[in-house]
Design a protein around this ligand. Sequence first.
Ligand code: ADP
Length: 231
Amino acid sequence: MSGKGGVGKSTVTALLAIHLARKGKKVAILDADFLGPSIPKLFGLDDASIGFTEKGIEPAITRKYGIKVLSIQFLLPEKDTPVIWRGPMIAGVIKDLIGKTNWEGVDYLLFDLPPGTGDAPLTLMQTANLDGVVMVASPTELTSIIVEKALNMAKMMNTRVTGLVENMSYFKCPHCGVISHIFGKHRARKLAEKYGLEVLAEIPIDPELAELSDLGEIESYETDYFREITL
Ligand code: ADP
């Protein structure tokens, strides 16, 4: 979850999936950001198609780590077809995709949500028996009330918050190695302290990450910023 868009929620979902896959876990991602699906692009699955068998919808599979990916993008007639749905429709489709997909053998199913506290997180928190929510924020956003609203939503819905990920946390100069906290220092740590949460990762602004993401090759990004996570 994230409070706002553009903070790197999809990127972090992909990096978390890769982190778990590298530990030998079988991982799947359901891209529940129907209005702005970006998971397929990160894994170079823009042109992927999905299958249908007696076990249900068969998700696409990423090249390197075999992560199962299901996105509404795969079901649209054209890549640029917009999804124009009201809340009940979004809720219905999320439930359908969870229930009618072959997730057999999967240890971890990650959901990439749209930003905010709208219909998609509400549906998941009410119906999906979630183990937890990972909150993604940039340092700028961490000082605004919006992340706390999302944290409070999880609390009100009795959903555990697994922890916080601070994305775009700092920049490390590739020439001299000096670290600059461009948008403020250790803001996730402060918020985590206030709410008794763990900081799962502090991910820097890294042009290589942005470039590999644009190329659909996020699985080639070597650095793993995640600490040991109890999901
Ligand atoms: P969201 O899902 O929150 O809308 P995205 O994951 O799509 O955000 O990221 C928004 C943009 O920022 C993308 O172009 C992505 O490649 C870039 N980005 C995200 N995190 C980083 C990072 N740590 N370093 C560099 N670029 C990043």
